[in-house]
Design a protein around this ligand. Structure first.
Ligand code: PMM
Length: 267
């Protein structure tokens, strides 16, 4: 089995739920990214706006000021793929100009009407993530009849919209959006049936690292830093069900777990 590529998370946000203010400076974010590369990250995902439930939006200028210097310095030091985690087309533009080659959009190019056209023009890889509602309110009362089918169908519609705007099919990745407008039961169902998403033929990105769903299974794991075991279990399941990329905080541990899983699969 060929395992997924590991995407390391580099948050340049003073308020992101698991990295606190530690990465608030450019230097700290760059050093963190390079440490993740040393630990085996295949890609880095740089984000300047927290999307955790209840987070307040950040201005476009502030977001650009946070991410561009980090991307430029990572680009100068490393040849791998750098992704920009943003919903704003001008931030994606600035990030690609600084060296990013993937636009990771938690709104799947719905945040502004020009987003699909900008993605086509940039010519970079694009991650289309499913979210129900918006970050400030999305966890209020998420309801689905069949979460797996609804998420898949919505993502396929977004992929069509992107391709209609000129994004090449092979540039597109789909992401079920674990924790974005979903209960723990929805998140577990999407993980256990991730093959419904990989069966679309689009590569799948999966991110559940340190998320609250783990606390629904282990109520003692109130601190995101205490969710490593659950994060690994979810990443391994996503790998088993065909994810192309797993987005994680704990790169070294994830790389090791995936390597052991792959070694077992070869026996
Ligand atoms: N999760 C977060 C932020 N960005 N992007 C994608 N594509 N998929 C995710 O699941 C995702 C994301 C929130 O987690 P963080 O605050 O730990 O980065």
């Amino acid at each position: 089995m060929v395992g997924p590529r590991v995407m390391g998370i580099v948050n340049v946000t003073p308020d992101s739920f698991s990295d606190g203010g530690r990465l608030s400076s450019v230097e700290a974010a760059v050093a963190h990214g390079l440490r993740l590369v040393d630990q085996g990250a295949d890609l880095l995902d740089v984000g300047g706006e927290s999307t955790r439930p209840g987070a307040e939006p950040v201005s476009e200028a502030e977001e650009i000021a946070r991410v561009v210097p980090v991307i430029a310095r990572l680009r100068a030091a490393w040849n791998g793929q750098i992704s920009i985690d943003t919903m704003k087309p001008p931030v994606a533009r600035a990030a690609v100009a600084a060296g990013a080659t993937m636009w990771n959009d938690v709104t799947a190019l719905t945040f502004s009407p020009d987003a699909p056209a900008v993605a086509a023009q940039l010519g970079c890889d694009v991650v289309l993530m499913h979210m129900k509602g918006e970050p400030r309110t999305m966890q209020a009362d998420p309801l689905y009849d069949d979460v797996v089918a609804e998420v898949r169908d919505w993502l396929l519609d977004r992929a069509e919209a992107a391709m209609t705007a000129g994004v090449a099919r092979e540039r597109i990745r789909l992401d079920p959006g674990i924790g974005f407008g979903k209960t723990a039961a929805h998140n577990l169902a999407l993980t256990a049936r991730l093959d419904a998403l990989t069966a679309t033929g689009f590569p799948v990105l999966y991110g559940a690292s340190r998320k609250r769903t783990i606390q629904s299974v282990d109520p003692t794991a109130t601190d995101p830093g205490d969710r490593l075991g659950g994060s690994l279990a979810l990443a391994l399941e996503a790998a088993r069900r065909g994810a192309e990329i797993v987005r994680v905080h704990d790169v070294r541990e994830t790389v090791q777990a995936l390597a052991v899983q792959a070694a077992l699969a070869r026996r």
